[in-house]
Design a protein around this ligand. Structure first.
Ligand SMILES: Nc1ncnc2c1ncn2[C@@H]1O[C@H](COP(=O)(O)OP(=O)(O)OP(=O)(O)O)[C@@H](O)[C@H]1O
Ligand SMILES: [Mg+2]
Length: 446
């Protein structure tokens, strides 16, 4: 992409009503525009990041054997009457009446609809286990939408639902989701810690939230500091292996880590030596849940067992806050000059800054770099505007591309350009060919 032809409406002024860094930076970097309280347009740069996050979520879900589909944003009220949640849900649900006076709603989540799909098409234990998911917009009429896309009213969520014959099988599905979520967040360059959350209707240890530590997080968290040393890394996990998934769950959830909803000070003090006790804030970027037959029973989602008996299926639901993640990533990765994207989610792989637009040598070298990077399968953003060098650097720092190649007539006389790392600020001079090779190498493993 050439910046002169792109749509990047950066703001010079810091927006006054944005309280936290990620919201300010998303507005300043021209990533989003608020259309109504908690409802946003995703401008091209923001949309690119959202798409990259979605892509990682899709890849990791499918690696775990989960199957994508797409359900609508609008749902008939009848389904929710069947489960009993239509009246229970309260004012967070956006209720609409169509021209035929039928009640519909903008889905805040999809347990009912997926259960309806399941019961209409699956009737035998032979078709289990099954996990279906989608990435779709949700609407929740939050009392206090705030912090930009972090607590929106309309937001993008991955929600997945497992269907299993037994409680045991459903708990394996739960563990499999935990493993795949650890991998998903790490690929984005984020540490999200599974924490024991408010326990569900089944009781016990059947729900975990994933939290990114950040001072601006809305949840209070309490944890054993050893937990932040854990890394999932590049393990080769067999998602069908009950033992392997269980092992990862134990490794990542055996130490104390709870949100304020479930925190128990006495247990905290008993289990964690004082020097390792941490109290902090966190952003919830996902949650996994086992709820057994809560929906399958009232909605009649049953399968025939091997013996011919009909039993309700055991289910769970598992969510990732796709649009919230954009904000959470920025909260965890920024400095006073702007965003610092992790390589896994950056909107463009590399910036090219031409210090002297119109200079034949500089223009030619930039064009060559642009083509060479694209030939390696990378997406560069070339700042080819007639602007001062300072303004170009400020834009690049603000939008946070992890790598920048700076090209000027003086360096070119010595056959070099400059490669700069956004995170460390370190620069190195090298030939244009070496810069392309280096950037390609950085992204090779990502
Ligand atoms: N209003 C929102 N705006 C953006 N993302 C959201 C919002 N509500 C939930 N999410 C994201 O969707 C994920 C799954 O939804 P879930 O039903 O668990 O939300 P929740 O527990 O009600 O969230 P919260 O406690 O933050 O209101 C959450 O972990 C979060 O990342
Ligand atoms: Mg939640």
């Amino acid at each position: 992409m050439r910046l002169s032809r792109y749509f990047l409406p950066v703001l010079k002024e810091t927006p006054a009503d944005a309280q936290i860094a990620s919201h300010r930076l998303m507005l300043r970097a021209g990533m989003i525009r608020q259309q109504a309280a908690g409802i946003y347009s995703w401008l091209p740069l923001g949309y690119r990041v959202l798409r990259r996050i979605e892509q990682i979520v899709h890849e990791e879900q499918q690696r775990a054997g989960h199957i994508p589909l797409l359900m609508p944003t609008l749902q008939p009220a009848d389904l929710w009457q069947e489960s009993g949640r239509y009246n229970a849900y309260g004012p967070e649900m956006l209720r609409i009446r169509d021209r035929h006076d039928r009640d519909i709603l903008y889905g805040p989540t999809n347990e009912e609809m997926i259960t309806d799909i399941f019961r209409s098409h699956v009737s035998s234990y032979k078709d289990l286990p099954l996990t279906l998911y989608h990435i779709q917009w949700k609407f929740r009429d939050e009392v206090r939408p705030r912090f930009g896309v972090m607590r929106g009213r309309e937001f993008l969520m991955k929600d997945g639902y497992n269907f299993d014959l037994t409680r045991e099988d459903a708990l394996h599905a739960y563990n499999r989701h935990l493993v795949s979520y650890l991998r998903t967040y790490e690929r984005m360059g984020l540490q999200a810690i599974p924490m024991r959350a408010e326990s569900g209707p089944i009781g016990g240890d059947d729900t975990h939230e994933f939290l990114v530590l950040a001072d601006t997080g809305e949840s209070g968290v309490f944890y054993d500091s050893e937990i932040t040393d854990l890394r999932f890394g590049d393990r080769d996990i067999d998602y069908d292996s009950v033992e392997q998934c269980q092992g990862v769950l134990e490794e990542f959830t055996s130490r104390y880590a709870r949100t304020d909803d479930t925190h128990d000070e006495a247990v905290f003090q008993e289990q964690v030596p004082e020097a390792r006790r941490r109290e902090a804030r966190g952003i919830e970027v996902g949650q996994i849940f086992y709820f057994g037959t809560k929906y399958s029973e009232p909605m009649g989602a049953t399968v025939a067992t091997q013996g011919g008996e009909r039993v309700p299926v055991h289910m769970g639901s598992h969510g990732i806050g796709v649009s919230r993640l954009v904000g959470a990533l920025i909260e965890a990765n920024h400095d006073e000059n702007g965003i610092i994207w992790p390589e896994g989610v950056t909107p463009f792989h590399c910036g090219i800054v031409n210090l002297k637009q119109g200079d034949a040598a500089a223009d030619g070298a930039c064009e060559d770099l642009y083509k060479a990077l694209r030939a390696k399968g990378l997406d560069p953003l070339y700042d080819d505007r007639e602007e001062r060098a300072g303004a170009k650097f400020a834009t690049m720092d603000l939008i946070g591309l992890p790598w920048r190649i700076t090209v000027g007539p003086r360096g070119l006389k010595n056959g070099v350009v400059e490669l700069t790392c956004r995170r460390t600020g370190e620069s190195e001079e090298m030939t244009p060919e070496a810069a392309v090779a280096r950037v390609a190498e950085i992204y090779a493993g990502i």
